[in-house]
Design a protein around this ligand. Structure first.
Ligand code: C5P
Length: 219
């Protein structure tokens, strides 16, 4: 398939859960800002036509040859700002806070998206997930064999994402990932098993774990 593919790299969050003035994606990980690991990864893929980084102006120099978009209030607003700068027929969205992407996973994601129209990397749930009431009591236990933990990248056909943004605006939809924008439209989203190392840095502990993961103790 010879259509254009744009990557939107999200780095517009303030990182309030990380508890630092410097957003988590700009902390050092093995000699470069955490987000540069995924930026460099996408720069090296010959089939990527355009990389749009959604980040505050102060961080633009971290990405010398990218297209920039301004962050929005919510993740989905940042995505929209990136989307209107994109020209791809297919859009890949990735969290700037996930630096450990594998080549094999992105190739599998691309192939699945060309077949189904939309896909996301994911891993089968390992833990038991319960739904709680507002006062902190267990409401119900969700069947684990049907649950998947969703990662990024996620890849979506451009026309579906356009429809998804229209739907979200019309129905005041709040979403926490990108394929959620198109799920209410009835479009299929293929779950593509990804690497468990594709961890998202959310808290300082995650960054410590990631540094350990990349630098195993040799003694
Ligand atoms: O907050 P969370 O960890 O889910 O954010 C995932 C990614 O989305 C991060 O890379 C973050 O910088 C980005 N984001 C954004 N704009 C926002 C909120 C989050 O680009 N308003």
């Amino acid at each position: 398939m010879s259509s254009l593919i744009s990557v939107i790299l999200l780095a517009g969050g303030s990182g309030s859960r990380f508890g630092s003035l410097l957003p988590k994606q700009f902390h050092d990980l093995h000699g470069k800002p955490l987000i540069r690991h995924s930026y460099d990864f996408f720069c090296a893929l010959p089939w990527v036509s355009q990389i749009i980084v959604v980040c505050a102006e102060a961080y633009q120099p971290y990405f010398p040859s990218a297209t920039y978009a301004a962050p929005g209030l919510r993740r989905q607003d940042s995505l929209f700002n990136g989307f209107i700068k994109s020209r791809g027929d297919w859009i890949i969205v990735h969290d700037g806070a996930r630096p450990l992407l594998l080549k094999e996973d992105i190739e599998n994601l691309k192939e699945a998206t060309f077949t189904y129209g939309a896909a996301t990397l994911a891993t089968p749930a390992k833990v038991t997930i319960k739904e709680a009431t507002a006062d902190g009591l267990v409401d119900k236990t969700l069947p684990r064999d049907k649950l998947w933990e969703i990662q990024t990248p996620q890849m979506i056909k451009r026309s579906w994402l356009t429809e998804g943004f229209d739907f979200a605006r019309a129905h005041s939809l709040d979403v926490t990932d990108d394929v959620s924008l198109i799920e209410p439209l009835g479009h299929p989203v293929k779950l593509v098993p990804g690497s468990p190392f594709n961890i998202k840095v959310t808290t300082p502990i995650d960054l410590i774990l990631m540094k350990e993961l990349l630098c195993p103790v040799t003694a």
